[in-house]
Design a protein around this ligand. Sequence first.
Ligand code: PLP
Length: 404
Amino acid sequence: MYKVNEDYLKLPGSYLFSTIAKKVNAYTQAHPEKKIIRLGIGDVTQPLAPAVIEALHSAVDEMAHAETFKGYAPDLGYAFLRDVIAEKDFKARGCDISADEIFVSDGAKSDSANIQEIFSRDCRIAVCDPVYPVYVDSNVMAGRTGTYDTKTEQWSNVIYMPCTAENGFVAEFPKETPDIIYLCFPNNPTGAAVTKDKLQEWVDYANKVGAVIIFDSAYEAYISEDNIPHSIYECVGARTCAIEIRSFSKKAGFTGLRLGYTVVPKELEHGGVTLHSLWARRHGTKFNGAPYIVQKAGAAVYTPEGDAQTREQIAYYMKNAAYIKKGLTDAGYTVYGGVNAPYIWLKAPNGMTSWEFFDYLLEQVNVVGTPGSGFGPSGETYFRLTAFGSYENTVEAVDRIKNM
Ligand code: PLP
């Protein structure tokens, strides 16, 4: 008789977004005349750039003819995409990463969930608190964590690194030594970025203790300040301790198209086994390649037109971020993020909890955001607003909050 994977049963329900939806639905039913503005969404809203659409059309046409038809894509990605990524995302920034260290995938969610498979079950993970939940949940499913304590909202056998206003929402080295360290900068949900000096400290630490850093830079394209690294490989020694995960979702609006990649430098090895060989083995066995037409669309992002158009989209969202940040600061709120990330992280006023502030905003001004406590206990009393809405809605929402 079969048995289920009991590690899955340990997972608490992911109630954050379903609770938000329930509360918003209940409010809308009771007040159908009210216009709700959603600044809680983590999805993009602008259409794909014209250069991307053009590349998609032409790749689709190629599929219509036997001479240009493409079947299975290479497991690790087409050379035309891996080469341009190596050139534009890494070599242009002085990072020593070659095309054959880039593994093209269907996005950062799957890669950040799957990467743990190539490590021993004994490895101890360290995560930031608050955190993008995929890193922890994927390790729970793999049996790498202990049990969940509903009071502390934490797992045993997981090292939590609180990210608070005091440390600028950048984790400090934990007391216990981890084997795998998940870092995400610019950060979801706090919008914080890490300076190059600080990230260098993390790289030095990981090399010293023999840990690997899984660096999620899904929001790299939103960096606006000079001292913020776009890649962990800008730091000396990162090739021996870091894996980097990137996404086209927020960079170029591919949330529905699906494209990302993971960089595994060949120097990362333990006991004579390279992580590159293990990830290649995993990819070859469990993944049959991102679609040709999507990889063509991805390559179009790096053309001069695609680059200019996607930068324009990012500027559009970051104009929203700046409007939210300034508006709420003027209104007396304590506001973080929004400079190198499309997320604004604000302190709930008057000692309110995250959920109290959620209810308050929904009822008073019909604006929906995301309670910070949903991302971990250190998120309690914080609130996340995103810059992914339309400019008009963003302005209206902020003005409503200001006039509350
Ligand atoms: N990593 C972080 C930190 C994210 O916030 C998200 C999406 O919101 C992802 C990864 C997922 O990216 P993708 O759409 O490429 O799967």
